[in-house]
Design a protein around this ligand. Structure first.
Ligand SMILES: Nc1nc2c(ncn2[C@@H]2O[C@H](COP(=O)(O)OP(=O)(O)O)[C@@H](O)[C@H]2O)c(=O)[nH]1
Ligand SMILES: [Mg+2]
Length: 317
């Protein structure tokens, strides 16, 4: 666990570093406090098999956790825990008629991993799928695309002839590369086959559904992603420390300069006065010495008891 500054420390820091740096510290602290969950969201055309696929991942093949043939209840999608650290989100998917494509895409790309589904029975990607894929790719930094976007062809049972499936897949992969600009993870599955295999308790059919393969892929992906997130967090923290330290140093120099200025101002103002008082002091000290000398002399002359003479003598100085 990487420790961020405490709230108390961040509040103290407010006096010395800029607002943006403080916001970054607070953001890091919030993220540390929040239970950090990894979000995996699906996307794809209506009826492309998104909900069926996620039910299969949850092994909810009897009772559909995500209703098949229905649209999720919220625009943000229905959520379910895949495990302690991971949530899967069943989204409404591509709505070609929606004017708020933009909002839907922006919501979608907040997921850590996006799984785009496509029904291979439909052949190649249609225009709205292609544009949707491109929209996703445009909103994710190029170097993150490979680890944040994957493509899953569903309904592979609908193309039982291997050559047919291979041909469609080849076309689709070409389209993906054109839309995304690079190769991304690609799998073909059959949720239907998986359901059937579970019901019939048929391990071979289960394997042939490729759902176990997808599960394995996701397991590895999650492990990798958690590792990367930890490293990124560390890197981010390191940079933030450096930025803060630099600002503190600048601030320190400024304060030292201010101290010097104030000091020289005060010196300028009060040093002459001090000098005058010093000379007065020395003057008085000198007189005191003289009086003491005289007193000593009078004592030696044994006249100390004669106060009047003493007073007269002093006045005479
Ligand atoms: N043959 C076949 N049908 C599927 C498969 N996956 C889903 N379906 C069917 O496709 C329809 C739409 O599925 P659904 O999961 O609701 O799609 P969504 O709208 O994308 O969530 C349903 O009738 C499913 O039974 C599959 O792999 N093979
Ligand atoms: Mg659905």
């Amino acid at each position: 666990m990487i420790k961020v500054l405490s709230k108390y420390d961040i509040d103290k820091l407010k006096a010395y570093v800029d607002k943006e740096t403080i916001l970054q510290w607070e953001g890091m602290l919030n993220r540390q406090n929040a239970e950090d969950k990894i979000i995996i969201a699906n996307t794809g055309l209506f009826s492309s098999g998104k909900s069926s696929l996620f039910n299969a991942l949850l092994d909810q093949t009897d009772v559909e956790r995500f209703p098949v043939g229905a649209i999720p209840t919220t625009k943000k999608g229905d959520r379910e825990r895949l495990n302690e650290h991971v949530e899967i989100v069943d989204t409404p998917g591509i709505d070609a008629s929606a004017e708020d494509d933009e909002a839907a895409l922006n919501m979608l790309i907040q997921a850590d991993l996006i799984i785009m589904t496509h029904n291979v029975k439909m052949g190649m990607l249609n225009k709205s799928e292609f544009e949707w894929l491109r929209g996703i790719a445009e909103r994710i930094p190029g170097d993150e695309l490979k680890r944040r976007l994957m493509f899953v062809c569903t309904w592979m049972d609908a193309l039982p002839v291997l050559e047919d499936l291979e041909k469609v897949k080849e076309e689709i992969r070409r389209q993906i590369e054109m839309a995304v600009g690079q190769e991304i993870a690609f799998l073909q599955v059959s949720a239907k086959r998986y359901c059937l295999a579970k019901k019939k308790n048929n391990p071979q059919l289960q394997t042939a559904s490729n759902i176990p393969l997808l599960k394995e892929y996701l397991k590895n992906w999650i492990e990798q992603y958690e590792k990367i997130m930890k490293q990124e967090r560390k890197k981010e923290l390191h940079i933030l420390c450096q930025v803060s330290e630099r600002q503190l140093q600048v601030r320190q120099k400024k304060l030292e300069q201010e101290y010097e200025n104030r000091k020289s101002q005060i010196d300028k103002k009060y040093l002459p006065v001090i000098r005058i008082w010093k000379s007065k002091w020395e003057n008085f000290m000198e007189r005191r010495r003289d009086i003491n000398d005289m007193l000593e002399k009078l004592r030696q002359e044994d006249l100390t008891d004669d106060y009047d003479i003493f007073k007269r003598k002093i006045k005479g100085i």
